[in-house]
Design a protein around this ligand. Sequence first.
Ligand SMILES: [Cu+2]
Length: 415
Amino acid sequence: MKVLKDRAALWSFVGLLLAFAATSFYAPSASAHGEKSQAAFMRMRTIHWFDLHWSKEKVAVNENVEISGKFHVFEGWPESVREPNVAFLNIGIPGPVFIRKESYIGGQLVPRSVRLEIGKTYEFRVVLKARRPGDWHVHTMMNVEGGGPIIGPGKWITIEGGRFADFKNPVTSLTGQTFDLETYQESNIAFWHVFWAVFGVAWILYWVRRPVFLPRYLLAEAGRADELVSATDRKVGIGFAAATILIVVASMGAANTKYPITIPLQAGTMRGMIPIEEKKSTVAVKVEDATYRVPGRAMRMKLTITNNGNSPVRLGEFYTASVRFLDSSVFKDTSGYPEDLLAEDGLSVSDNSPLAPGETRTVEVTASDAAWEVYRLSDIIYDPDSRFAGLLFFFDASGTRIISQVDAPLIPSFI
Ligand SMILES: [Cu+2]
């Protein structure tokens, strides 16, 4: 028997060691945070984030960073995602390493869920205050009720300078006091929870001074249960009950006196978000066909482009699912867009000479970059709906931008 026990102990120990070794050698660093594993066609066909701007890449604790930009709610919203009638502008970070001081859609403060309209473009702005030192991958994101999280591009922001413990979150209430939300009422919460826990423990201690189980069980079995609770016990019981009621009522009164003005939780979806007034695009684009190689790192489109404007234009960028493919001879990014999502010269156009007003041209466009594979847009091969969507950005000689949206089936090619 002892031998058997020793063996079990030995092998358990070996198992534990193995598990420990396996987990300590395998320590992947998470760099993208959820979006990669989501269906590619959903990322392409839900929300298009563009014109993103990050006010800083390095901040100290208690300093603000502002993320602003626009998002377009795609017309061909997928069936499996509920319409964004109740959506919430969120920030994707590993816990409150920043706190969200303010967030706006169309200039309006949006602490609650909002109603977004399909097909509209909105401007947003989020003000974050740095809290915990470290390197953080900060995403803009939209939570859609019945649809899940729709994750925008993530950018690394470093919080250095200052200590976590120095973080302050002061708020001035309408009753005129200023307090730090980081610690407000902390001791009060601790006091009452500890108080009632001790109260409960005292009640149990009162009884467990005497033998608890076997003697009581036998006495009860023998039909002498009454002897187990004495007259003093009853008095103590009544004392505890009365004290409980008394303390609850008195402390409730005291709390009401100390905080005479309180309001219920403010809630409810906000309607009437104001979208950006958009001019109709002056460049008409027709997707003749679109394909991608499996396996591969690129997608190819045959586009028929008609310039209905009055100045010659060139194609500068194709955006899909947070990945930006640029033709660097037309347009260069200066916003500090996340490196892993920016293909600075990832867009090649068979003929990207200026397209004169009134002219129509059919071109072959190839968007290629490691990001196509790294962000698993290539995984559209596994999706039940092989259609893509994106934005095309055209520029005229003066740099004026014209946005056209594309949306078409995306057919794989295997040979
Ligand atoms: Cu991330």
